[in-house]
Design a protein around this ligand. Structure first.
Ligand SMILES: C[S@@+](CC[C@H](N)C(=O)[O-])C[C@H]1O[C@@H](n2cnc3c(N)ncnc32)[C@H](O)[C@@H]1O
Length: 234
């Protein structure tokens, strides 16, 4: 999967190269990060990319020309231009799954007060937000999207790893998880996990997942109950 990243801070994305499974996927060429500096496209003699807002207002806005030309440099049929924006559809596992089916996408990172609305209206296919709060730039949002989408791409996680038991993949949160030692400061790992009885272990995992979801994310648990009825819950 290829990510074209349109940004004023291409160096920001270098950290992905050394970042666990994503770094390894970049090395194996399963994931490609194509960093494009929007400023390189500015035709302004001082390479300016921002200007004051028409109609007044605090701060500066990214001007349309460098944005348009940088988008044009990677524009291809079937490759959506996604603007990381607090006004976008909020990223969740369902959207990550949808995006993981793409071969390539372009991520546009805004700064200052954001980008000229003519770019958003005419040249952006989709706006995605990473949550209902305002960041100072789109780069952190792009990193979140790249990480959460890439781990769903075949070949990114190792053979022993799988995203399907992770929280949110199947809507619920994950069950409790434990490793050595069997007892830590008097706190014990549930006995059932040593029983060797796969059916019992699977039932325990399902119950633990439901319990976690009910306790930590009652909003998700409520939707789950509405879909599956009260009998499967507690
Ligand atoms: C200070 S924000 C601009 C916000 C804009 N004035 C507004 O109110 O919609 C600067 C940049 O940060 C990014 N950004 C801010 N919040 C974000 C969020 N929740 N998700 C993704 N990107 C975000 C966008 O790329 C945006 O252009």
């Amino acid at each position: 999967m290829k990510f074209n990243i349109l940004t004023l801070f291409p160096g920001f994305f270098n950290l992905l190269d050394d970042y666990g499974v994503i770094g390894r996927a970049i090395e194996k060429k399963v994931i490609e990060i194509n960093k494009i500096n929007i400023r390189d496209f500015s035709t302004d003699k001082h390479k300016r990319v921002d200007d004051e807002l028409y109609g007044g207002g605090a701060g500066m806005l990214m001007t349309p020309q460098p944005l348009y030309d940088s988008i044009k440099s990677v524009k291809k049929e079937g490759v959506p231009v996604i603007y990381l924006s607090p006004q976008g559809r909020v990223l969740n596992q369902k959207l990550c799954n949808e995006l993981s089916k793409l071969d390539e996408m372009t991520l546009l990172c805004g700064h200052y007060e954001g980008i000229d609305s003519r770019i958003t209206d005419e040249f952006v296919d989709m706006e995605i937000s990473i949550g209902d709060y305002c960041l100072s730039g789109g780069e952190i949002g792009a990193l979140v999207l790249i990480d959460s989408v890439s781990r769903l791409v075949k070949g990114v996680l190792g053979n022993e790893e799988s995203p399907i038991t992770d929280s949110h993949y199947n809507f619920l949160l994950q069950h409790n998880i434990y490793t050595r030692p069997r007892e830590f400061m008097g706190y014990k790992v549930p006995e059932v996990l040593f029983s060797g009885n796969h059916k019992l272990i699977e039932e325990w995992k399902e119950e633990s997942a439901l319990e976690n979801t009910k306790k930590k994310r009652p909003d998700i648990y409520k939707i789950y109950l509405e879909k599956h009825g009260p009998n499967k819950g507690f």
